[in-house]
Design a protein around this ligand. Sequence first.
Ligand code: NAD
Ligand code: UPG
Length: 339
Amino acid sequence: MRKTILLTGGAGYIGSHTYVALVQAGYEVVILDNFSNARADVPDRLEVITGAPVTVHRADVLDKQAVAAVFAAHKIDAVVHFAARKAVGESQTIPLEYIETNCTGLVNLLMTMRDAGVFRIVFSSSATVYAETEDWPIPEEAELGYASTYALTKLMGEQIIRQVAGSDARWRHGILRYFNPAGAHESALIGEDPRDIPNNLMPYIAKVAVGELPTLNVFGDDYPTPDGTGVRDYIHVMDLAEGHVKSLDALMAGAESHIVNLGTGKGYSVLDMLASYSKACGRDLPYRVTERRAGDLACYFGDPAKAKALLGFQARRDLDDMCRSSWAWISRRSNMRGA
Ligand SMILES: NC(=O)c1ccc[n+]([C@@H]2O[C@H](COP(=O)([O-])OP(=O)(O)OC[C@H]3O[C@@H](n4cnc5c(N)ncnc54)[C@H](O)[C@@H]3O)[C@@H](O)[C@H]2O)c1
Ligand SMILES: O=c1ccn([C@@H]2O[C@H](COP(=O)(O)OP(=O)(O)O[C@H]3O[C@H](CO)[C@@H](O)[C@H](O)[C@H]3O)[C@@H](O)[C@H]2O)c(=O)[nH]1
């Protein structure tokens, strides 16, 4: 019997890629998304990629009745929970909305799961839950902390799940701490598609590559890193998606709950990314070095050993794969808009 997975936030960037990986792994998937940060045509694109109809419920995780209705309509076996607000800067200006969506939304979901007798959840956490450190690679046991309301909501999310799990032995959770997701599905039909000027490096470079932004601002080249620019652990979004499948497979097979990093364990600099993207799009992309961005760390990358040992997960794609797939997606998207 195929297992049915509820995928909240399944029309978003990581959720849509995870949808593809779950379907390919043989799961039946039901998407719940309010489309607050997703394009309306994503389900059609998922249908083209997977060659099968997509089941979508347009609903808000804050609407308990609507969430319960989805559980009543399908026999859900487990949940992969992506639905959240994710902009760090915005979380500092509207903290209550972030706490409401990311924490109250999670509580609603857990209550509905409990009432429906569903006790397996894979949760999108983030490397942002680690306290600032200069001790890399960062293992899961590293000190935790938060520097934004967004990070606080992810840390609270982890704690809520662990606390609830402690009250009833039937609960099993996979808490996945992502490093920096990048790239797109090889079909170039889905990918990251920010509506505003992006804060993050890869979507910003992508917009420079298609000519929507004039030049990349490199935030500082005097960090204590090999080329002076910031180093991060970029992970291909399809590797990340496959990490969710591994976590879910383990929980469905009766494995214990786990908290793992999903990263590559390798660091790439801003200039590495720029060089790789320039190669992908076939021209040298313009940049200028500006002031450091407030709050940025020189270097940040995770220890992937625990995910490998517990889940057999290892990222397979490299930075060139991330840049090539991002360029294929963004150039196609931009041509379609221009058409
Ligand atoms: N992208 C990253 O760098 C990153 C890093 C670490 C963790 N995460 C986490 O991964 C998850 C997915 O991130 P993403 O990059 O795909 O973001 P995204 O914004 O593309 O996806 C989130 C999806 O959730 C939906 N959503 C938001 N609020 C909702 C609500 N109240 N009810 C129902 N649906 C709602 C949005 O419409 C969107 O489709 C989030 O939980 C995010 O915090 C992301
Ligand atoms: O226009 C830009 C954007 C970024 N950078 C640099 O590129 C690197 C990566 O930046 P970014 O893509 O913003 O990722 P992070 O700084 O690692 O932040 C991401 O990863 C953190 C750890 O998970 C989360 O806390 C944040 O929310 C999330 O945005 C950093 O060195 C930045 O200084 C630039 O030089 N120019």
